[in-house]
Design a binder for this molecule. Structure first.
Ligand code: ITT
Length: 183
């Protein structure tokens, strides 16, 4: 059975496909679920997964990924509003804002929520790094300004990013649970 990843973001699907390469197939589903107003990535993803699973009227499970970039010196901004801030302010200007701060530490957090007829399960992953002037052609979103161990996430291959990233860690927690569950 394919894993149905509900997202409008092709970059997330590319990473999940790379992670599950040869183990599971990942099918992308576009469904415009309601993004509830919440400070919690888990709340947002849980509502989205539950709503989509019900709306699709199929027994096949779905997963939803909600991710945020939390900049320490900006009180965790943009956090759960990261998609909105990327669309409005943009990555380059967020970097300029952060560059005025001495503390450039930031972290990515992902909550991946699985939903089936039995309910939902949430899996988390995070990575701590430093914001830098944009570098690299790979990845997507805020990857060019997020440096981990001397390289930005946009300077890594998908496999390298998955090995250390918020999403890679959430996918690993999910994969372990998914592989172990009784079906
Ligand atoms: P869906 O909700 O349809 O899955 P989205 O891109 O809106 O797609 P999020 O709300 O989870 O998803 O994304 C929050 C923002 O963070 C958005 O601007 C993404 O481009 C960005 N983002 C998510 N994961 C990222 C990653 O691994 N590296 C860099 N930026 C990322």
């Amino acid at each position: 059975m394919a894993i149905r990843f509900v997202t409008g973001n092709e970059g997330k699907v590319r990473e999940a496909r790379d992670y599950f390469d040869g183990i599971e197939t990942v099918e992308r589903i576009e469904y415009d679920y309601t993004e509830v107003q919440s400070d919690s990535l888990e709340d947002i993803a849980t509502h989205g997964a539950r709503e989509t699973f019900a709306a699709l009227e199929s027994d096949d499970p779905v997963i939803v990924d909600d991710t945020g970039l939390f900049v320490e010196a900006l009180g965790g901004f943009p956090g759960p509003y990261s998609a909105y801030v990327e669309d409005t302010v943009g990555v380059e200007r967020l970097w300029r804002l952060a560059s005025e701060e001495e503390n450039r530490r930031a972290r990515f957090e992902t909550v991946l929520v699985y939903a089936d007829a039995d309910g939902t399960e949430a899996f988390e992953g995070s990575v701590a790094g430093t914001l830098v002037a944009p570098r690299g052609e790979g990845g997507f979103g805020y990857d060019p300004i997020f440096e981990y161990n001397g390289r930005t996430l946009a300077e890594m291959s998908t496999e390298e990013k998955n090995a250390i990233s918020h999403r890679g860690r959430a996918l690993a927690a999910f994969a372990e649970w998914y592989g172990d569950r009784d079906v």
